[in-house]
Design a protein around this ligand. Structure first.
Ligand code: SF4
Length: 299
């Protein structure tokens, strides 16, 4: 089997920094915790756990965190939660991605200047929850369908409000543009802040290019990772048989029916996982006649 890697894949700058920071803190000794899971990848989390890193739950914070280093993950947290950790004695190691930090600071500045903020992103995503903490009263919009409705609702009682739009760093450019246009129907002076991270876009574009060269696609990464799931959706939208696998053990048996397989990976997938999956694929044979896509379930 021939395996072609996407030109851009795996750890982004923010995730690499967070993992490096956790490993550095472990080397320094002492008790190390992360505020929530550090990244959305089970292998990395298991490895850190084996080395002694504990994951704190926001709703069950220990009373005493003296002598504990708490690492803030790449998605960031709200300032209220950060203050709470400090109050309990924690030493903070801030691994908030610099791009997310920039969004947090922008959200705070706009709110202070009297803007009402629309925040486009997944309501339950850690990054979105963190940013809302910097912009009390902001309106979270999960998808373009809801944007016009939310803007109309707000306009009814606040027709002269100053408004701004910030997006989750991993939102698609198309979705963000549509949300902005929907809000502008009510607030034509809407200030749209460019917060989209190129890392996600680069991985998606590399996959689109890859799809033109391969018969099937393996997406390596955690099922909890939104950007990894989006890669799977992109491959499927290009009519490629595609599977999301968290490790080489999950590679489907029927992959050996394909001559050329593309390998891409989400922004929180470590190099070792990608390498291990590639090794297994390369060791896999293939039959003479790949089946048509319609015979295969897509995971
Ligand atoms: S995807 Fe972009 S914003 Fe998110 S952690 Fe990675 S570099 Fe930072």
């Amino acid at each position: 089997m021939k395996v072609i890697r996407a030109k851009v894949l795996g750890f982004c700058m923010g995730v690499r920094r967070a993992v490096d920071m956790a490993e550095g803190e472990l080397r320094s000794g002492g008790r190390v915790c992360t505020m929530g899971p550090l990244i959305h990848n089970p292998q990395v989390l298991e490895s850190l756990q084996r080395q002694g890193v504990e994951i704190l739950n926001e709703n069950k914070l220990p009373e005493n965190l003296a002598d504990v280093t708490v690492i803030i993950r790449a998605h960031g947290i709200s300032p209220v939660l950060e203050d709470e950790l400090k109050k309990r004695g924690a030493r903070i190691a801030d691994a908030t991605c610099l791009r997310v930090k920039a969004s947090q600071m922008k959200a705070r500045a706009l709110t202070t200047e009297g803007y009402t903020l629309f925040l486009a992103g997944e309501k339950k995503h850690g990054e979105v929850i963190g940013i809302t903490g910097y912009a009390p009263g902001c309106i979270v919009i999960a998808e373009s369908d809801g944007a016009e409705h939310a803007a109309a609702d707000f306009y009814r009682n606040n027709p002269t409000a100053k408004t701004a739009l910030i997006g989750q760093t991993t939102i698609s450019a198309e979705e963000y543009r549509t949300i902005g246009e929907a809000i502008k129907k009510f607030f034509p002076d809407l200030v749209i802040v460019d917060t989209i991270c190129g890392a996600t876009h680069d991985r998606q574009e590399a996959l689109r290019e890859l799809c033109g060269e391969v018969d099937a696609v393996i997406v390596a990464g955690g099922r909890e990772s939104a950007n990894t799931r989006r890669l799977l959706a992109i491959a499927q939208a290009q009519n490629k048989p595609a599977w999301l696998v968290e490790s080489s053990a999950e590679i489907p048996i029927k992959i050996d029916l394909y001559n050329t397989v593309g390998l891409c990976a989400g922004a929180s997938t470590p190099d070792e996982t990608i390498d291990a999956i590639e090794r297994v694929l390369l060791a896999t044979g293939h039959s003479e006649h790949p089946p048509s896509n319609s015979h295969l379930g897509k995971s």
